[in-house]
Every structure is written in structure tokens, then in C-alpha cells.
Write a protein that binds this ligand. Structure first.
Ligand code: C5P
Length: 404
């Protein structure tokens, strides 16, 4: 539960994306947050306070003259309790209002009255594509950012008006991912992180190849966690069927040679390299240009293999790694004697930190357990979700970088 203990004021303004706010509210509650909904009069044209009350399990506020508050100051009382105010959807009109510090309804009044250094304001814009690209909106966005508002992006695609383009509100799951990221400590801010993830695919002929059961989930979770921690993240992914974590730059590769070329290039400007990929140790010496046919006339074909480059060992041996400008982290998937194999692998690959896990227990799973091995010994991270472990690993990396 990423938002456990957080109190979120969810503000709704007038826009058709209000229908998504119901789902957002539900998702916030599911993630452990308490939610206080505040709606503008326009928002109530699109979705009823009854719906939002039922989902948040709290009466909705929509007027600054609400007599339920003893001091008749809901704009003060509601904002003082919040860990963040999330306005989703935030209309073009409401953005303009925020920008000028106008305060003619409860929600805008509350945004103005909030303690600016304690209660962050996060907005999820939603509007027609012409309204979104209008210079006035773009100018307002830039100014709101300069004033310290955390402005989320918009989606692209079909709009309720029938047009297609930028300006849709982010989907509820995307909003939740953004909000969880917002609350994570920015332990890697200023860092550039490169991660390899997933299996590689070594072609035999145009329709066949050799691969392994790595799902890429651990590497993708680390990419998400590093991005949440404020790093600029490049994710070099072998063939996997996983969505790209928000804010992460993804580069898809197929073979170990493709992954090697991308990793060597990206690592040149990175400060952290994390090799989670299950790279094939060998590839067929020659890829047949045509499908190898079974015509029953001869013996079964024999494959000859050549060794793939060891991407991690090569990057860890680069001058930048030797100077301490690039911190390298390796993974080891073993079936037994984890500590012994992980310790040996750390020395063989010359990396400061090697993370061991048990292959059969992790491949394809949503949870895992890790053993961190460095020059000082081993630390266990007990079984948990891969995202939780990824966040712990990011914190461990940050701690090691700061202690240098
Ligand atoms: O030697 P082994 O494959 O067990 O080492 C695992 C570690 O080395 C992982 O971090 C993996 O991503 C990395 N590796 C690599 N290139 C290879 C083989 C492994 O980067 N060719």
C-alpha cells in the first residue's frame, strides 16, 4: 500500500474527465490513503457528490460557506490536514484561476490558503487539445511550475469532443503511479541510471532462437524505483511484455550483442549501471538466413555456439568505473549456495555491489528476496514485492554512493 497513512485532498474541477476521478478516488483508498473530496460547482455538473462521498467514505465539500465546520473555515481546516492536494481533473479555467491566486470558490481558496511549503499542490490537467496547446494554457503551465505546483503530464488520444490529440487526463493507474513516485525520497536526484533487463534472444534462423525465462520484472521495478528517486533512467530491455514505467526512457533490444552495444554507449554518460538482464552466455555461431527445413533427408542440424560478451564485466572494467564515476551493480540468479556464488561473482566481475537471488524462485514472479553482497559482507532483503525490494535496493545504492 504505497499511500498508507497519507491524507489526500482530491479536488475536482469542471471537465468530462471527472468520470475518471471516481476511479482515482477508489484507487487512492485502495493504496491506503484517506481521501477528502472537494468539488467545484462545475465539477458537480459532471459527477455527483453522492458518488464521490460513497467512494471516499467522507462527506464532500463544495462550498466555502459550509456550516459543518465550527469556525466556518473549511479552506483552512481541510488544507492543514493534507499531505497533498491533488486536482484531477484540473480544467484550463481552474489553472488560470490558480495562476492568478483567485479564490472565489472553496477549492481555489483552499489552494491559495494552503501552507505552500508543507502541502504540495499536484494538478492533472484535462482539456480539449486546442485548449491544451493554446499559448495561454502553455504560459499558465510554465508559471504554475515556477510557482512550485507539481504539474502532471497529459495523455494523448481520442477526446470526448471527438477530436484526437494531447490533453486527456492521465488514466487512474498512471495518476497513482505519479503520486506514489511523488512521495518517494529523491535519493538519486542528479544521477543518470542505466539498467539492463529481461532475457536476450539469440537467433538460430529467421523464426527460431534461444532465450530464457527471465520476465524482466525485477529490472523494470528497479527502473521505476530509480525514476521515483529522482534519477534520469534509461532501460535497455530484452524481449519482454511489460509496460514501460512512467518517466523512464526505454530502448528495446533483442540479442546479447544488441544489448552490449546499447549498454556500452549509454554507460558512457551514466553514474550508475545496474545489470539485471539474464544475458545469454552463448549464441549460435551463425544465424541461418533462411528457415532450417526438416525434410527428413539428413541428420538433425548441429548448433555451434560462440560466447557472448560479458556486458557487466566490460562496463565495470571501463575507465569511468575505475575512477569511481560509474557505480556498477550486478545480479546473480543461482539455484543454490547463493552467498558463495554471489561473493565469487562480485569479485570475478569487479563490481562493488552484487545482488543474489534464487533463479527458480524469482523468474516471472511478482515478489522476490535479495542478498546484497559487497566488500563488507552480505545483507538480506527478505521476501517482498519486486517494487518494494527495488526501492530498498535504490536506497542501498544511494547510501553507498553518499558514503564515498
Ligand atoms: O555470469 P552471470 O551471467 O551469472 O552474471 C550475471 C550478471 O552479469 C548479471 O548482472 C547479468 O546482467 C550480467 N551479465 C552481463 N552480460 C553477460 C552475462 C551476464 O551483463 N553476457
Amino acid at each position: 500500500m504505497d499511500l498508507h497513512g497519507k491524507h489526500i485532498v482530491l479536488g475536482l474541477t469542471g471537465g468530462i474527465a471527472c468520470y475518471k476521478a471516481a476511479e482515482v478516488c477508489r484507487a487512492l483508498v485502495k493504496q491506503g490513503a484517506t481521501v477528502q473530496v472537494v468539488m467545484t460547482e462545475a465539477a458537480a455538473q459532471f459527477i455527483t457528490p453522492v458518488t464521490m462521498q460513497a467512494l471516499s467514505t467522507r462527506p464532500v465539500y463544495d462550498s466555502q460557506w459550509d456550516a459543518r465546520e465550527r469556525n466556518n473555515m473549511p479552506h483552512i481546516n481541510l488544507s492543514r490536514e493534507a499531505d497533498a492536494i491533488l486536482i484531477a481533473p484540473c480544467s484550463a479555467d481552474f489553472m488560470a484561476k490558480l495562476l492568478h491566486g483567485r479564490a472565489d470558490d472553496l477549492l481555489s481558496l483552499m489552494c491559495l490558503a494552503r501552507p505552500i511549503d508543507k502541502v504540495p499542490l499536484i494538478i492533472a490537467p484535462a482539456m480539449n487539445r486546442e485548449m491544451w496547446s493554446h499559448p495561454a494554457t502553455q504560459r499558465n503551465l510554465a508559471q504554475l511550475r515556477a510557482d512550485g505546483t507539481h504539474v502532471l503530464g497529459v495523455g494523448n488520444g481520442d477526446q470526448a469532443c471527438g477530436e484526437t490529440g494531447d490533453g486527456r487526463m492521465l488514466e487512474p493507474d498512471e495518476l497513482l503511479e505519479e503520486l506514489s513516485a511523488f512521495f518517494q525520497p529523491k535519493l538519486l536526484s542528479g544521477h543518470k541510471v542505466v539498467i539492463t533487463a529481461g532475457p536476450t534472444f539469440e537467433a538460430i534462423d529467421p523464426v527460431r532462437g534461444i532465450s530464457n525465462l527471465s520476465s524482466g520484472k525485477m529490472g523494470f521495478a528497479i527502473a521505476r524505483a530509480a525514476h521515483e528517486a529522482g534519477a534520469e533512467v534509461s532501460l535497455i530491455a530484452g524481449p519482454v511484455a511489460l509496460p514501460t514505467p512512467r518517466g523512464v526512457r526505454r530502448f528495446d533490444v533483442k540479442s546479447a550483442l544488441n544489448m552490449h552495444a546499447a549498454a556500452v554507449e549509454y554507460a558512457q554518460t551514466a553514474s550508475i549501471f545496474i545489470a539485471t538482464a539474464a544475458v545469454a552466455d552463448w549464441r549460435p555461431a551463425a544465424e541461418s538466413p533462411h528457415k532450417i527445413k526438416k525434410d527428413g533427408s539428413g541428420p538433425a542440424p548441429e548448433l555451434v555456439f560462440v560466447e557472448n560478451p560479458d556486458i557487466l564485466a566490460e562496463v565495470a572494467a571501463s575507465p569511468r568505473a575505475a575512477e569511481g564515476a560509474l557505480f556498477c551493480v550486478g545480479f546473480a540468479a543461482e539455484s543454490h549456495d547463493l552467498l558463495m556464488h554471489a561473493t565469487a561473482k562480485r569479485l570475478r566481475k569487479s563490481v562493488p555491489l552484487l545482488v543474489g537471488n534464487l533463479g527458480p524462485a524469482t523468474f516471472g514472479q511478482d515478489d522476490n528476496a535479495l542478498l546484497l553482497v559487497d566488500a563488507n559482507g552480505a545483507t538480506e532483503l527478505p521476501r517482498n514485492s519486486k517494487l518494494h525490494l527495488a526501492r530498498q535496493l535504490v536506497a542501498e545504492i544511494a547510501r553507498r554512493l553518499n558514503s564515498h
